[in-house]
Design a protein around this ligand. Structure first.
Ligand SMILES: [Zn+2]
Ligand SMILES: [Zn+2]
Length: 216
């Protein structure tokens, strides 16, 4: 379904108000939208939403479209903030532009590349797609912080989530870089792992910033 960017933003705001915050309908002023907006006509014309007594309701298809739209938005955030490391206001802005490009199939590719993340960088749930259900069925845990793994597990580093240059340099000097493999040796009282022939120890705060996936 090809919607205007504005219409997609309305569906997202409605998804948050209705599906996540539990309201029965969305109120135009609360989601910051003027009911005279022509994107409303676009959405009512496609029978995605209906407006009754000034309240906006999802129709069945609209709810599904809202779910897909919020999914694309949060996947875009993950990509922009975690992989491209564009954070803060600029990251939010770029994610908002980028999400509209993630049409059919592209979101699946990005989701798979990011290993089916379950939350956005703000901690909000990313509604799962078919790709996520299939990955889970095949026993793929996806990308998780190193703190979620047990000793003896061999993992591949996917990305490091830190704004601290010194920390990043320290990790890189150990070989903690995307694409490298490590074997976790110990998780308490500190995290000890092996990369290549060398062993290193870090504290749990640092381990939480290393995102890895288990090697099958
Ligand atoms: Zn977010
Ligand atoms: Zn997925």
């Amino acid at each position: 379904m090809k919607l205007s960017d504005r219409a997609e933003e309305i569906l997202e705001a409605m998804w948050i108000a209705i599906a996540e915050e539990g309201a029965d309908f969305a109120e135009p002023e609360r989601i910051g939208i003027d009911i005279g907006d022509h994107s409303y006509k676009e959405l009512t014309g496609l029978a995605l939403i209906e407006i009754k007594e000034g309240h906006i309701y999802f129709r069945h298809e609209g709810r599904e479209e809202g779910r897909k739209t919020i999914r694309r938005h949060r996947l875009a955030e993950r990509l922009i903030m975690d992989v491209l490391m564009i954070r803060g206001e600029e990251g939010d802005e770029k994610a908002c532009e980028f999400e509209h490009l993630l049409k059919e199939g592209v979101d699946t590719k990005i989701c798979t590349m990011l290993n089916h993340p379950s939350t956005c960088p703000h901690g909000k749930l990313i509604p799962p797609g078919d790709c996520c259900h299939e990955a889970r069925k095949s026993g793929d845990l996806g990308v998780l912080p190193l703190t979620e793994f047990k000793p003896k597990e061999e993992v591949e580093i996917v990305f490091i989530q830190t704004d601290d240059d010194k920390k990043m340099q320290k990790l890189m000097a150990m070989g903690v870089m995307p694409g490298n493999r490590m074997v976790l040796l110990q998780t308490f009282p500190s995290y000890i792992f092996r990369i290549g022939f060398s062993e290193f120890a870090i504290d749990s705060n640092m381990a939480r910033e290393i995102f890895v996936r288990r090697l099958q």
